[in-house]
Design a protein around this ligand. Sequence first.
Ligand SMILES: Nc1ncnc2c1ncn2[C@@H]1O[C@H](COP(=O)(O)OP(=O)(O)OP(=O)(O)O)[C@@H](O)[C@H]1O
Ligand SMILES: Cc1ncc(COP(=O)(O)O)c(N)n1
Length: 267
Amino acid sequence: MKTALTIAGSDSGGGAGIQADLKTFSAHGVFGMSVITAVTAQNTKEVRGVQNIDVDIIRQQIEAIYDDLPVNAVKIGMLSSVEIIDTVSSSLKERKSQPIVLDPVMISKSGHSLLLPNAVKALIEKLVPLADIITPNVPEAEELTGIKIQTEEDMVTACKKICELGAANVLLKGGHLEGEPHDLFFNGENIHWFKGKRVHTKNTHGTGCTLSSAIAANLAKENDLYTAVKKAKQYISMAITHSLDIGKGHGPTHHFYELYQKAGYQQ
Ligand SMILES: Nc1ncnc2c1ncn2[C@@H]1O[C@H](COP(=O)(O)OP(=O)(O)OP(=O)(O)O)[C@@H](O)[C@H]1O
Ligand SMILES: Cc1ncc(COP(=O)(O)O)c(N)n1
């Protein structure tokens, strides 16, 4: 069985973060492992509190995994401080070889900041060059590039700028723009649009976590990057179509393997 590791924050409400990542790995038939970087007190409506995990125990979690278990792909989510970014990047650098998917989590859907403002520079300098692909949403790409993104042309300009920052590949998610949710893939040379159809629902908590974990799971299963993204886009579209109307805020995506099989999702 293939394996994937998520390095991210815990969402007590189960919709985003580590919880969404592990559910996504399972739905792909991939064995999931986790390094928890922060514990959030969170539900579908709000983030009530955040406790960062001590960097020493973050490093120990990474070492415990790599000293014993195979890691076929890594997904990085919420790393909120410079110290945590330094720890994760230096530990992963030592254990090269597996593909890394970086979801540069900055703000929760409910509006809570999950990345300290002074940590954006560290994310760009330490994590972006380490990743095989980075998957910002529109506000995150704006923060990384300083470019205001309102149109698909702006998305192309921003993707190119993110590659100039050292990213090998970029998937800029278009979910935050009006119209259909088309995502732009740029490999430093060519662009490709992964097109979606908007599902009119408020239940989109954890969509970015789910998408990046699905890319990691598909990479762990030895798909090439383009195919991994293509399948992940198919997966997130279904996970939103069947998202759960639970809680009073943004409900979570749906991860049941049998449902996807019935709908013809090709793993
Ligand atoms: N309403 C929707 N219907 C269909 N697809 C959507 C919808 N909203 C977002 N998507 C798709 O879901 C994926 C995640 O995009 P989004 O822009 O929501 O990421 P995100 O903001 O990082 O997510 P989050 O921070 O909530 O985890 C993208 O492929 C995007 O195109
Ligand atoms: C621990 C954690 N990681 C990531 C997100 C982003 O997800 P969303 O934007 O859907 O709130 C989150 N809310 N919590």
